[in-house]
Design a protein around this ligand. Sequence first.
Ligand code: PLP
Length: 453
Amino acid sequence: MKTMKVLLEDHEIPRQWYNIQADLPTPMRPPLHPATGKPVGPEDLAPIFPMNLIEQEVSTERWIDIPEEVLEKYLIWRPTPLCRARNFEKLLNAPVKIYYKMEGNSPAGSHKPNTAIPQAYYNKIAGIKHLSTETGAGQWGSALSMACQMFGLGCRVFMVKVSYEQKPYRRMMMNVWGAECIPSPSNLTEAGRNVLAEHPDSPGSLGIAISEAIEDAIAHPQAKYSLGSVLNHVMLHQTIIGLEAQKQMAKIGVYPDVVMGCAGGGSNFAGISLPYVRDKIHGKDVKIVGAEPTSCPTLTRGPFAYDFGDLAKKTPLLPMHTLGHDYVPAPIHAGGLRYHGMAPIVSHLVMDNLVEARAYHQIDTFEAGVMWARSEGFIPAPETCHVIAAVVDEARRAKEEGKEKVILFNWSGHGMVDLASYDAYLTGKLIPYEMPDEEIARALRAIEGFPKP
Ligand SMILES: *Cc1c(COP(=O)(O)O)cnc(C)c1O
């Protein structure tokens, strides 16, 4: 029989996460304190994160043990299958073998529980009772709601208003898991009130929602803040994806020529690719590609610079590719991945030429997603459609070059709660939007005069 998927038994689940910081050829620039311009220390982060997660954030240990309590929750749906997309391959008619990690089978429907669960766990054992967070389309908010419920924590989610109104189902998921979901900008925080005073009709942005969630966490004793992407400890937790993939590919004696993921804040891309970046650092010939939207081209058009993670400048200055912290996504973009910054780890790897980035229009991404659904069945999340567009592109290149290639990519989540975006695509309401140069120049004025990395 032909191999369609490679499974790991429960007992084969990786028991440690991989920390790329132990293997980087050049050291990462530190986050800076905005007032002093000096590197931030663990104590600067203590008001918003518990110390055990701060330790992971700055750790340079190569392997970090996954606690038993976290493994027990992972085992609800992990190890995830490594699948071969034979039907999609047939459709593409190119000399490629396509494997993907199925992260859409988690209870929340994406890779995000891989970090939500350990974050809730570490907060719990640090004595925290409540987490505040932000969410865009609701994937992260729903994953953290579930994780908080599993560990008996309260959870409040500030959801970007335009998504709150257009995508009610993830709010309902959060409510089912016992969390509170508030449209952002809200009048619960000073950050939200300031935006509303100037722009009463603001559609919201992730930058605004992060400010609200941080302010909310700081204002409540025994509450902390939680972030679903971007930070080093989030990338760390997501490496379970790539570590499983390596075990699975070894079982069938295959090694990928290309590893791909879509990149919003960078966590699912880092999750599948960091173990392969390690191989590449040690001489392996593997291409690693992140796919992002042309409407939010952080890696492909944003400079590598120090910038805030949020609009109200409550985070440290992070060294990352950025479009400027006051970036507000064009409301005509339906595909997600709309954060102004990119994980410092992913940004650093782009600088060091260990990974590369490509940008795709939303029409191309939904076209690829529909091709996938019509051949492989599963309906991908709009974010996932970006990496599928990149796979189509890579297959076309392989055909032109007449070269056989093995592609591995991360199928980051399903689109069952995002069907309104597919509807917009199928009824011709989407346009191929590209962020204009003037808008990038305007947005980047927000970081003028900041320290340079
Ligand atoms: C959140 C999300 C992404 C983007 O976030 P990253 O941190 O870049 O991974 C991609 N795909 C899905 C399905 C998501 O929910």
